[in-house]
Design a protein around this ligand. Sequence first.
Ligand code: SF4
Length: 358
Amino acid sequence: MEPALRTELAVVGVRTASPLRRRAGAGPSDDGHWRLAGGGGCPAAALPLSADSPYEVMEDGRITKDGVVVEDAMLEPIDRPAFYDLVTDDGIPYEKLARLHGTNVLATTVVQTCIRYTSESTRCRFCTIEESLRAGATTQVKFPDQLAEVADAAVRLDGVEHMVMTTGTSNGRDRGAKHLARCVRAVKERVPGIRIQVQIEPPLDLSYIASLRDAGAEAIGIHIESLDQAVRERWTPGKATVPVSRYEEAWQEAVRVFGRNRVSTYLLVGLGEDPDELVAGCERLIGMGVYPFVVPYRPLDGSLANDVDRVPAPDPSLLLSVSMRIAAALDVAGMRGADQGAGCAACGACSALQELGG
Ligand code: SF4
């Protein structure tokens, strides 16, 4: 698919009834999951479902814009996975414990509450982590044996190959790493072949990063969302109390423990950051061995940015130009998302970087 179209779809979304839709949660949500027909860098795309989008996906996978067929663009919906129909011994549907992302990723939020979310003065303004809990779509805490059971089924029945485990931030010194490590260990014991990425804020004690690697995780995401302190204070006021320099220490420790290009960070396009500074910051990250996973900001129902601030999605041309420049820097450094082994950068469905060669 043409990069310009890929980035436009990532921002304006598509109209259709997609079988795989997440209403809310950590990470980009309210999206449909698709297989990109015709190959390309990334096999999957997570696109917002929007009734206002000029793009419509037809039953045969062709895309129309304002009713006119777009040439050379096909999207195939990803089927509802079989493991969604199973239930744990204690009666919890697997679907409430973990979800299929892209084509082959199992994703879960091991603790669905966050110390940053309790007050509007500390909550990340794009986040909806506790909304899916309020809606009854998930459980507050996923237990290690539950996740091992779900992962086993997802690998056997649906061809899942890797797993993303994220968490809301706890108030302990580990910031949630201890529970994550227990979950990783249990899944690896039951399904040794699955690859796992963990996602976490910098722990107050950085030795917890090694404990996640020791538990069996292959990759780690330590997500800052913006490198611009003024933007951070506006968009992620709670997390902004952790200085960028502390993130740098955590990334360095993570690269030491997990290796180069096994560490990533989410960066959102559309928060008002200067594009040149964003690209320069990403180049610094790449130099450290950290993959900058650049995705568009998405206005999600239930988030402060959408419901209160009414911030629209970014201009697709901004996303395209920034993604192209960062993909070029990744190419020069020989860093590819797929080489992360597990997690969001390996999946790539939420970003245009893999399509552009990153
Ligand atoms: S990139 Fe990450 S959040 Fe997006 S679909 Fe893939 S695993 Fe899920």
